[in-house]
Write a protein that binds this ligand. Structure first.
Ligand SMILES: [Mg+2]
Length: 325
């Protein structure tokens, strides 16, 4: 969509920079910084991680603007299924409690400074604690082919109820190679980090590097783009997000409801934050979250206000990224 001076004004006028403590360390961070702004159709969140360069962050901004400034029609689906997420921690019960009841859990594996044995122990412990739950493993590209293959063989032998391996190895070529090797084990591979640019899903599909695609609305530039990409790639899709408040998650929930792939979405991550910006947080109930716009409770914003230094940093980043659009 065209970013008019009026749209820019409205974003700059309503922008709030927040710093939200996490329940547990995740992706190397203990507080999550986000920027929220209010468009005519509701609140939107812009929260590219701080290390992202402007070029990438501006694509996330395009997605946020689309969400805040587009009158998306109501969908038939009113709720979407979501998975619980277990960071690479040892206090499993404590980490998963905030997710309530769930059918699918995504376990982070291949964390730096942890071994394959650590991963296997965590997986086995989850099975013990939640015997009926299906399991996804997310390696964020952290394994080499040999380790991923070894893991797949062990899990197969142990009859692990595995939905898929998410980005077990780094590159599309490595995933294609691994996929051939584990095909006989009947284990699926989902591409996540390999699907960031608009051209990526087709590359993954053409090289048969994955069985499934993980799509996130923000890095793909918004709902409209993400829907087009899913259709073009022709692979089943899992919608996910990036540690957002309920405002950011609501955009993902809309995308998930629109695509309606049948796979639980990675949109329960409000449970990983200690605070939220609304009275109706998208914390899963019976493994589902509603598909809805989020009413921000403004009294919740003040205590979460980022420091003046961080606010300045984000506002300057916002202005630079607006210029790029
Ligand atoms: Mg992932």
């Amino acid at each position: 969509m065209e970013i008019t001076p009026e749209i820019k004004d409205q974003i700059l006028k309503t922008a709030r920079v927040l710093s939200i403590p996490m329940r547990v360390r995740f992706r190397g961070v203990e507080t999550r910084e986000v920027l929220l702004f209010e468009g005519p159709y509701g609140w939107a969140e812009w929260s590219p991680f701080p290390e992202y360069l402007d070029e990438e962050a501006s694509i996330w901004l395009q997605a946020s603007i689309e969400w805040g400034f587009t009158d998306f029609p109501e969908l038939e689906l009113k709720t979407v299924k979501v998975n619980a997420t277990l960071p690479a921690v040892n206090n499993i019960k404590e980490a998963l409690d905030p997710f309530g009841s769930f059918d699918v859990v995504k376990i982070k594996v291949a964390e730096k400074n942890q071994s394959l044995e650590d991963d296997l122990n965590r997986i086995r412990e989850v099975r013990k604690l939640y015997p009926t739950t299906r399991i996804r493993l997310d390696a964020n590209g952290g394994y080499d082919i040999e380790t991923a293959l070894k893991l797949a063989q062990i899990l197969h032998k142990e009859n692990t109820p595995l939905e898929y391996l998410e980005q077990p190895v780094k590159t599309i070529a490595e995933m294609a190679e691994l996929r051939l090797k584990i095909k006989e084990l009947n284990i699926k591979i989902a591409a996540d980090e390999s699907v960031r640019k608009v051209s990526d899903p087709l590359a993954v599909a053409q090289t048969q590097a994955a069985d499934l695609l993980v799509l996130k609305a923000a890095p793909l530039g918004g709902i409209t783009n993400a829907v087009a990409i899913a259709q073009e790639a022709g692979l089943p899709v899992i919608v996910s997000s990036a540690l957002e408040t309920s405002v950011g998650l609501s955009m993902g929930a809309y995308l998930a409801a629109k695509l309606n792939s049948g796979y639980a979405s990675g949109l329960a991550t409000a449970a990983l934050l200690t605070q939220d910006v609304t009275d109706h947080s998208l914390i899963p109930i019976n493994g589902e979250i509603p598909v809805t716009r989020i009413q921000v409770n403004k009294t919740k914003l003040d205590p979460l206000q980022a420091t003046p230094e961080r606010t300045k940093w984000w506002m300057q980043r916002l202005e630079r990224c607006l210029e790029l659009l």
